[in-house]
Ligand binder design. Structure first.
Ligand SMILES: C[S@@+](CC[C@H](N)C(=O)[O-])C[C@H]1O[C@@H](n2cnc3c(N)ncnc32)[C@H](O)[C@@H]1O
Length: 309
């Protein structure tokens, strides 16, 4: 059993000792959802952004504001609870993909999957980085952050840091990077309604200090069952259309939107997207949809085609 596996097991074994505040804010554990359809679209997009940055030898810096534990044990109690990976990564494992982005994603994930693990966004990034690159992974949950530290220690090549801190506060403090080349993944749990307001505020602050930041923002698509959260993602994305930057959304819908569906899909908004990422995602998501089933579909929509800056 590798270090990553040991760390994954610790997530379920370490006694979770949180303050009342932390308990309320940090009730989400990604292990219950690892490898689901939302991870597929998010990780495909994040890998596409990193691949593009690697086209130049110049170093870059990636930031992950809500990094999670980094690696999740397939056999762990939490992943087994709802087995969400069965309608996400499982139908893709072992296929012979046509899309180069999907092929790269499967190449990155397969060694972990064969080890009965699903790799989270920081592990995906850490594996992809080169010696000259930098990474800041932020995670507020104490146990998740502790596990992430161990997971990343096993693979880190470049200048890689795990921070036990608030990611929205941290990304402001740590940007811009000195070379001003890089990207940010914002992947909150959206457990609280005020996250839908805090994120646009943070994105505006980032862009004021680092106009060229490439930002990937993941969001859920929620039906009426989600109460006040239904429609909140759409409002957040629409509000971000006026930040003055080129941006598009890619969405993967896995069910029809009706009252009972809850989360019927999810999307990523990419601000300052790399050239042709929209086309790469379109091709990859088309292929993903075919494998995930007849009720699955994807769309790409430009929010703003030309940058004002
Ligand atoms: C959706 S999960 C992250 C999954 C990860 N990005 C991936 O794709 O593998 C969200 C994470 O954010 C953490 N979190 C919640 N609020 C946070 C905050 N304010 N700052 C940093 N992390 C936070 C949660 O503990 C959880 O681990």
């Amino acid at each position: 059993m590798g270090l990553c596996s040991l760390s994954c097991w610790r997530v379920t074994m370490v006694h979770i000792n949180l303050s009342l505040y932390e308990f309320c804010v940090l009730s989400y554990l990604h292990a219950f959802h690892a490898g689901n359809h939302a991870d597929v679209i998010k990780h495909l997009c994040w890998l596409g952004v990193i691949n593009y940055l690697k086209k130049k030898e110049k170093p870059f810096t990636v930031y992950d504001t809500h990094a999670g534990a980094g690696c999740y044990a397939l056999t762990g109690e939490q992943m087994q609870k709802n087995r969400e990976f069965e309608t996400g990564f499982v139908p893709l494992a072992g296929i012979n993909p046509q899309s180069s982005l999907l092929s790269g994603y499967l190449d990155a994930m397969t060694p972990h999957w064969e080890n009965l693990q699903y790799a989270g966004s920081p592990l995906l990034a850490a594996n992809a980085l080169r010696a000259q690159d930098n990474a800041h992974f932020m995670e507020l949950h104490p146990t998740e952050s502790e596990v992430l530290t161990q997971v990343i220690r096993g693979v880190a090549k470049g200048n890689t840091h795990v921070h036990h801190r608030d990611g929205l506060e941290g990304v402001i403090a740590l940007t811009p990077p000195s070379a001003k080349r890089g990207a940010i993944l914002i992947d909150p749990p959206y457990e609280r309604l005020n996250e839908y307001e805090a994120i646009p505020t943070t994105i505006r602050k980032i862009l004021q200090r680092w106009a060229a930041a490439q930002i990937v923002l993941w969001y859920p698509l929620l039906s009426g069952r989600a109460g006040r959260k239904a429609g909140a993602s759409e409002a957040m994305v629409s509000g971000l259309s006026n930040v003055g930057k080129t941006s598009f959304t890619a969405e993967l819908r896995v069910a029809d939107k009706h009252l009972d569906t809850g989360m019927y899909g999810s999307g990523v908004m990419v601000i300052n997207p790399p050239w042709q990422l929209d086309a790469q995602l379109h091709e990859a998501l088309d292929e993903v949809s075919k494998h995930l089933g007849p009720s699955v579909s994807s769309t790409i929509n430009w929010v703003k085609k030309e940058s004002n800056s």
